[in-house]
Design a protein around this ligand. Structure first.
Ligand SMILES: C[S@@+](CC[C@H](N)C(=O)[O-])C[C@H]1O[C@@H](n2cnc3c(N)ncnc32)[C@H](O)[C@@H]1O
Length: 435
């Protein structure tokens, strides 16, 4: 009975991995499985762990599999091999047990494949050291660290001194962070609540707390939305917007609305217009609006390259750009395998068009906060340089970052939230003012 149950969980992991490979985000898909199945805490941890290890080491794991068999035709059998290799080399496990279990699951997936799965895993186990030695020198970093070769090359150019440290750092684990609404609960009460639910604070920035466990999900304050998931980097981008009472604000690329909500809870704008280009995402923004009921909050479907459609001039604009997302690889590790150098080029173009449109709808004296969750220089520093050269009446403003947060200021005053921060997402924030 116990055995069967465990096989069922492994089968779920095979399916989960397959869905992630087909374009679903790992964190979203994991939550979906957790809400549908009655797993114990320990099982949830095991599933999360295996999925993360496979995704974060995918190129290396596939290299090992590729060294022992030329081609694995059945997709789910391939996922099963990946999961088993992850268990064999990245987790504490009984090797014979892992291989036996893989054979049993293979029988359920496809009876003819059980022998093949067993033999492949035995070969990998026996030859791992030899396979490691045979990794081609030119591809070593890409294979061992599991990043596409083009990306390693790009990182070597962008960050010659510490690209290896950066690459390693973005394979680390991520942490849960929660921002409480200071209008609804005081800091003292929030900290008391954390104590009561046996949750330690690992790090905090303003109202954002990094937590040792997810017990907060069962509390009233989380369920009613007075505490929400938000990373401190996102919170800092919003805080730097510095909205004054009565100002008109645009959050141009705003879905699912985490930063819009922070704007409404941190400041008191006359009006906040939040837009997004995708209808299904605007639906999420409308759900947010209905849940919280702010009367100064408007949601609109709009392309941010055509902000003039809104017929409004703004005091403050947040441009939280669509970007390559490299700074959030700890949370969405699968992203790197789909990304291409061309994607970065087209994102850069789109970011420029969005900025140019925002500039036209910005009042004199108005300010734009430009933010991305990526450390690619093309999408950040190079764009800011371009804007400053193109618009003579733009000036750079200081971005304020608490002292205990590791950051790198570029030559134009933009701030990279460094990979050295264990808790915060990698992020870029620049602030510009139209004179
Ligand atoms: C980084 S995400 C924004 C996250 C959001 N600010 C938050 O904190 O919840 C970028 C968003 O830009 C949207 N987007 C992409 N292209 C756009 C465009 N041309 N106009 C408006 N929104 C766009 C995407 O749909 C995505 O929701």
């Amino acid at each position: 009975m116990v055995e069967k149950n465990r096989n069922n969980i492994k089968l779920d992991i095979v399916n989960l991995l397959d869905e992630i490979q087909n374009g679903k985000y790992s964190n979203i898909q994991l939550n979906y499985y957790f809400s549908k199945n009655n797993y114990t805490k320990k099982e949830k941890m095991f599933i999360t762990n295996v999925i993360n290890i496979v995704i974060k080491n995918l190129i290396y794991i596939d290299y090992l599999i590729g060294k022992s068999v030329r081609n694995v035709k059945k997709r789910k059998i391939k996922q099963l091999l990946r999961i088993s290799v992850a268990q064999l080399f990245f987790m504490e496990s009984d090797n014979a047990g892992v291989i036996f279990e893989a054979g049993e699951i293979a029988k359920i997936l496809n009876a003819h494949q059980a022998g093949f799965v067993n033999a492949t895993l035995q070969t990998i186990l026996k030859n791992k050291e030899k396979f490691d030695e045979e990794i081609p020198k030119d591809n070593r970093e890409s294979i061992v660290l599991s990043y596409p070769q083009w990306f390693v090359n790009k990182m070597r150019i962008d960050y010659p001194d510490d690209y290896l440290e950066m690459l390693k750092s973005y394979k680390k684990r991520s942490y849960l962070s929660i921002r409480f609404d200071k209008n609804k609960i005081t800091r003292e009460k929030f900290e008391e609540l954390l104590k009561n639910i046996k949750t330690d604070v690992l790090f905090s920035v303003g109202e954002v707390y990094y937590l040792s466990n997810a017990n907060i999900f069962d509390t009233e304050i989380y369920k009613n939305g007075d505490a929400v998931i938000q990373d401190a980097s996102s919170y800092l981008a919003v805080r730097n917007l510095g909205v004054k009472d009565g100002e008109t604000v645009l959050d141009a690329c705003s879905a699912p609305g985490g930063k819009s909500l922070a704007i409404l809870q941190l400041f008191n704008p006359k009006k906040l217009i939040s837009t997004d280009i995708h209808e299904h995402k605007v639906k999420l923004l409308n759900e947010l609006k209905n849940k919280y009921g702010y009367s100064n909050f408007e949601v609109k479907l709009n392309d941010a390259t055509q902000i003039e459609n809104l017929d409004t001039m703004f005091d403050k604009v947040l441009l939280d750009m669509p970007c390559s997302g490299l700074g959030v690889l700890r949370k969405k590790p699968e992203k790197i395998y789909d990304l291409t150098a061309n994607d970065i080029k087209s994102l850069k173009k789109l970011q420029k068009k969005i900025f140019e449109s925002a500039y036209k709808s910005l009042k004199n004296g108005g300010e734009i906060v430009y933010s991305t969750c990526t450390f690619s220089k093309n999408e950040n520093t190079n764009n800011i340089q371009y804007f400053l050269e193109k618009y003579e009446d733009l000036e750079i403003m200081e971005v304020e970052i608490p002292e205990n947060i590791d950051n790198i200021r570029d030559e134009f005053g933009g701030i990279y939230i460094s990979y050295k921060n264990e808790y915060l997402d990698g992020f870029y924030i620049a602030k510009l003012r139209k004179k």
